[in-house]
Design a protein around this ligand. Sequence first.
Ligand code: PMP
Length: 354
Amino acid sequence: MVHNYSAGPCILPQEVFKEAAEAVLDFNGLGLSILEISHRSPSFVAVMDEARSLVRQALDVPDDYEVLFLQGGASLGFYISAINYMKQGGKGAYIDTGSWSNKAIKEAKRLGEVDVIGSSESANYNFIPKDFVVPNDADYLHFTSNNTIFGTQFKNLLKTEIPLICDMSSDIFSREINVSDYDLIYAGAQKNLGPAGATLYIFKKDRIGHTGRDIPAMMDLGIHSKKDSMYNTPPVYSTYVSMLTLRWLLKNGGVSWISEINQNKADLLYNEIDRNPLFKGTAAKEDRSNMNACFVLNNDEHKEAFDKLWNDANISGIKGHRSVGGYRASIYNALPLSSVEVLVNCMKELENKI
Ligand code: PMP
């Protein structure tokens, strides 16, 4: 068994992979592959309906919110969020917590004024800014709940008077949230939801269509909503596998169940990072992500020995991102606690060897 710590695309439940593989050959006993049926066929419409409805169940989405599975990745979400919420001549407020929020800021600047009200750039994004003031005159506030690259996470989720937009790509479905605090949540599927290809949008319906902008159809959340997520061919396979992952999540106890397991995994790993004199975490303790744990060796001389230990233990995908270095252990929903135990044992073994 490989212990897959990849940052995304990443591990999904084994039972989901099995069912998804079967559906490629024969979907629901139709004698046809999920990949060759029309997205307008009753069989696929049922998949789309169930996927959207399971998102509602998992996050307790209020009735006046829409749930869509669209294409384009969260990177298109940077622009889609701005163009659907920033009024002509208006402005967006942003919290800059790393590469992804930075990209969101760049896209919004194409459309108008951007007010960066907090940033941790000067500290290589190793903490979450806290003393910012949300401007009342901005059309919205945008933030990234979990910073996949730098391993920081908003522990106290925001609540604002102005519309709140969140890129939740790397921690959606990992902990409980209150959807009604947000106007828009968007997330690429390829962490806790499914394979790359689908991007999930959850938004308050009556807040769409008030910017005075001419929005291209593929970026217009209102058009996608009117067409029930089928304005064009949706990302069929990614939506299907997302549906299977959501079934797995809900069958086992939903977001409250997984959030406890995620906390246990994070505690186990961070306790060892803090206890073991050979290692050091890179993010400020109070802001450390429960999804991506970033850490370095205190002495690079031990790199070869440590890399051999985790390689021999069948661990994969823990090399750190180039902007932080060291190691990044992504401990998404489908990664079992037992895999974290294997990594922690490698860290202990290194200490014993030295
Ligand atoms: N936001 C966050 C927090 C991410 O981790 C990523 C990378 N998966 C993105 C945005 C960009 O996502 P995509 O590759 O789907 O465009």
